[in-house]
Design a binder for this molecule. Structure first.
Ligand SMILES: C[S@@+](CC[C@H](N)C(=O)[O-])C[C@H]1O[C@@H](n2cnc3c(N)ncnc32)[C@H](O)[C@@H]1O
Length: 300
């Protein structure tokens, strides 16, 4: 039954997307029908039925107007998930879309608010200090970098998308202790061994293939100093929100090619396995729904 409802809703949504004029035309027509029913004294039940249709069509009109304002992401079916640079450059033709692709929010105000939340988690879980050199893998538009850089010695943002880095460079132009690095493949080859006190990645792992997640953890171990801290997060499959997102995406892309950027949530066990296998100690997981965060320390 739920499956049938979902198919009806999907078909209705497709129809309205293809013919955007439909909700407007239906609302005007039902409005006219109500007027005629009342003016021509067609009877109470006809007027009530016309009014009910008017209410429904007005709701659909309002709902679809809001939905169309949201960015419609390209399907990018021709790209493979691991063509990360192509995928993320294609998603970010403008600064506005880059902001939304990076964090799911719109506008600088919301971006800063969401950055404060991430900053709070980072400070609480890996305690960043004024002498620390910090690396973010997959830094996007520098959402976190802008608020974190003033608290550490050097903040380095690395990303595989040239577009993201171009917007990050604009946002961070007034901050002098930041460095942006374009990654050309999965890995941290641009960085020497033992060069950072903290390496973190946020809102990134759910976009990666599992083996590339492992590759970044392995590389983070190499570029961290002894005693250095790692912080990684991903959508938590075991949280209610993470599970809902997984199930919804499964339905959405059932029978169609999956977009290369569809979220692939993680579990604490998965992330902890990478971190332990890389050689980290003091491995801990922290639930921050919808995220799971794993932190650890590179031993001396
Ligand atoms: C959802 S955004 C998050 C950006 C940023 N971490 C934040 O929280 O605002 C994901 C970022 O990861 C980057 N990215 C995707 N695949 C990557 C890869 N294989 N290596 C490095 N960065 C990648 C994207 O270009 C994008 O900037």
């Amino acid at each position: 039954m739920a499956e049938a409802n979902w198919h009806i809703l999907a078909a209705a949504s497709l129809l309205v997307r293809r013919h955007r004029w439909l909700p407007v035309a239906a609302t005007l027509t039902s409005g006219l029908a109500v007027t005629i029913a009342v003016a021509a004294h067609l009877g109470r039940s006809v007027a009530l039925a016309a009014t009910a249709v008017l209410v429904v069509t007005s709701y659909v009109w309002g709902y679809s107007t809001r939905a169309f304002k949201q960015t419609r992401w390209p399907s990018l079916d021709h790209l493979h998930r691991r063509q990360y640079a192509e995928v993320w450059d294609a998603l970010t033709p403008s600064a506005k879309q880059a902001t939304e692709a990076a964090s799911g929010v719109q506008g600088e105000g919301e971006l800063r608010r969401s950055a404060m939340k991430s900053l709070h988690d980072l400070l609480e879980l890996v305690s960043i200090g004024a002498q620390d050199e910090v690396l973010e893998i997959g830094c996007g538009v520098g959402r976190v970098g802008l608020v974190l850089a003033p608290l550490c010695r050097l903040w380095t943002g690395a990303d595989i998308s040239a577009n993201m880095l171009a917007y990050a460079s604009r946002r961070l132009r007034d901050v002098n202790n930041v460095r942006l690095v374009k990654l050309h493949r999965v890995g941290l080859e641009d960085f020497t061994d033992s060069s950072f006190h903290v390496v973190y990645t946020t809102d990134m792992f759910e976009h990666l293939d599992e083996m590339d997640r492992w590759r970044y953890v392995e590389e983070a171990f190499r570029v961290l100093r002894s005693g250095g801290r790692i912080y990684i997060d991903s959508i938590d499959l075991e949280s209610d929100a993470g599970w809902a997102s997984f199930v919804n995406d499964g339905k959405k892309y059932q029978g169609f090619a999956r977009t290369p950027y569809v979220l692939r949530p993680s579990t604490a066990a998965e992330l902890m396995a990478y971190v332990k296998r890389a050689g980290f100690t003091q491995v801990q997981s922290h639930r921050r729904p919808p995220l799971i965060v794993v932190t650890a320390v590179k031993p001396a």
